[in-house]
Design a protein around this ligand. Structure first.
Ligand code: DGT
Ligand code: MG
Ligand code: MG
Ligand code: MG
Ligand code: MG
Length: 242
């Protein structure tokens, strides 16, 4: 194949291959959702329609893209974890991140009406993305725990804050003042969401046509992922560290 004299410009592309053996996490976050939530009349503190749409969009990402073993979402964000041995797009960070972000964004718009009904979508929402690599199972679990703890803390704060305003008759400024320095992370949140795609089990190879379908099945869970139980019940998500 003849090469044109322009071909050399390819060499200006940066190499962004993700380090081998690491879990690749892509986290998306809604752009300026403070305003977006306000303008679309999201219920305070937690809007189930918004959470449902966020989850539906994450399911679409997991169904359409390869090698995502678990995703965790809350508020206006979602983290997608690619299995550590993935070779999808040769582990190029920009490819993985942009595919996740665009599939998620288009799904968010595509499924909007299913969740928001008569509330029109007033302008096109956007999501930023970042890629983080985690080399060990412990690091990955701590990452997911960090996001869920963040959810618990914010949720507790928001719930108390809006209760003071909506039921306690305080102004938002008064409620903010009242809640200064107090915080806690002991409460379980309703405002979190986990989507899991189970990896194939060792003996699944033997099974019939259903195998493909069951591997593809994406399930949503609302549950704690900080403790041991979830991970004991889903041993296929993490690969061995060795
Ligand atoms: P950013 O991410 O820097 O572009 O700016 P924001 O405004 O998206 O900030 P972020 O991501 O830290 O905060 C998420 C915002 O989304 C936060 O202001 C509250 C809003 N939000 C998320 N879920 C809900 C919900 O269920 N109900 C309501 N009312 N607001 C929500
Ligand atoms: Mg932000
Ligand atoms: Mg945001
Ligand atoms: Mg956010
Ligand atoms: Mg192309």
């Amino acid at each position: 194949m003849a090469k044109s004299k322009f071909e050399y410009v390819r060499n200006f592309e940066a190499d962004d291959t993700c380090l081998r053996n690491c879990y690749i996490v892509v986290r998306l976050d809604g752009r300026n959702f403070h305003k977006f939530a306000e303008q679309h009349k999201f219920i305070k503190p937690n809007d189930n329609r918004a959470l449902g749409l966020l989850t539906r969009s994450a399911v679409s990402v997991m169904e359409e893209l390869e090698d995502i073993v678990i995703a965790y979402g809350q508020s206006d964000e979602f983290s997608f974890v690619f299995k550590r041995t993935t070779n999808w797009f040769k582990r190029r960070a920009s490819k993985l991140m942009t595919h996740v972000a665009s599939q998620f964004s288009s799904s968010y718009v595509f499924y909007w009406k299913e969740f928001f009904g008569d509330q029109p979508l007033l302008y096109p929402p956007g999501f930023d993305g970042r890629v983080v690599l985690y080399p060990t199972n412990r690091n990955l679990r701590d990452y997911l725990s960090w996001r869920q703890a963040d959810c618990h803390i914010n949720n507790l704060y928001n719930t108390v804050f809006w209760t003071l305003v909506q039921r306690g008759g305080l102004t938002t400024a008064q409620a903010e003042e009242r809640l200064k320095v107090k915080d806690s992370n002991t409460h379980r949140s309703k405002h979190d969401e986990t989507v899991t795609k189970r990896m194939k089990l060792p003996n699944e190879e033997e099974k019939d046509v259903n195998v493909t379908r069951s591997r593809k099945r994406v399930q949503a869970y609302h549950c704690d992922i900080i403790g041991e139980q979830f991970w004991e019940e889903h041993p296929g998500i993490l690969e061995d560290d060795s």
